[in-house]
Design a binder for this molecule. Structure first.
Ligand SMILES: [Zn+2]
Length: 255
């Protein structure tokens, strides 16, 4: 069995020079990839891209930092794209208070796209940065779409992780779990039930050790698997089986 990468951005410009080569490698070493949209334009590209790829499925959505001055037509467009073949999630959407964009715009965008997820019967890929408390309070009040969601690149502590797990969400883990200083994050990996874990890379961002400072790519997800395996004491082959079944449940509503 091969690896899976449930969150990547192969369409970003960082792959313009060698995308085909990267795709070839990814197809050799992975069974499933999810390409994630960040705005209307990129979501359109995701739809076009995944329809010709066997192992790659897509998510469409407007990232919180792309949510300023959102128009009704942008949301209509996301809804339309969400109904296209091989689109399996709404994302990435959420709150990002690291970047000083308008918080009210972010809430509005998140709220509207949660409604789209509910209406289209899709799960959600959440991007949450420096806004865990706020996102939790918002989601608890609003309620989640029936198909729930994953907190992509989870980056808070166990106390917060437990709250999101109690909402029924999955947690996505990436390269940062391999960084020497991230003991708190490794504690989250240790305590999170393996049935709620989705491995991801966020390529081209967040490269794992030993590639820090370089461009990340989906084949490096193996370092994320190795670290999860080490922390949880589960061998990599078993971890591949469990996380594949997690992804099938989550993205394809199977089992
Ligand atoms: Zn991303």
């Amino acid at each position: 069995m091969n690896f899976i990468d449930t969150h990547c951005h192969l369409l970003l410009k960082q792959f313009d020079d060698d995308r085909q080569e990267m795709l070839k490698k990814a197809n050799e070493e992975l069974d499933l990839l999810i390409e994630i949209g960040i705005n209307v334009e990129s979501s359109k590209s995701v739809v076009d891209f995944v329809k010709d790829e066997e192992k790659i499925f897509g998510a469409v959505g407007i990232h919180p930092t792309e949510s300023q001055d959102l128009k009704e037509t942008d949301l209509d467009k996301i809804k339309e794209l969400a109904g296209k073949p091989k689109i399996v999630a709404i994302g990435e959407i959420g709150l990002d208070f690291y970047w000083e964009t308008n918080k009210q715009d972010q809430y509005k965008s998140l709220d509207a796209q949660l409604d789209i997820a509910e209406e289209m019967g899709l799960p959600v890929v959440f991007h949450i940065r420096d806004a865990y408390e706020e996102a939790y309070n918002f989601l608890q009040k609003k309620g989640l779409p029936a198909r729930k969601g994953v907190v992509h690149c989870f980056s808070s502590d166990w106390e917060m992780a437990e709250k999101f797990l109690d909402l029924g969400l999955y947690l996505g883990f990436d390269g940062p779990i391999t960084y020497p200083k991230n003991n708190k994050l490794r504690e989250v990996v240790e305590k999170t039930p393996v049935e709620r874990i989705l491995p991801e890379t966020d390529s081209p961002f967040l490269p794992p050790v030993p590639y820090r400072g370089k461009r990340n790519n989906p084949t490096y997800v193996k370092y994320v698997y190795e670290k999860i395996s080490e922390i949880k004491g589960i061998d990599v082959e078993t971890l591949k089986e469990i996380t594949k079944s997690n992804a099938e449940k989550f993205f394809f509503n199977k089992g």
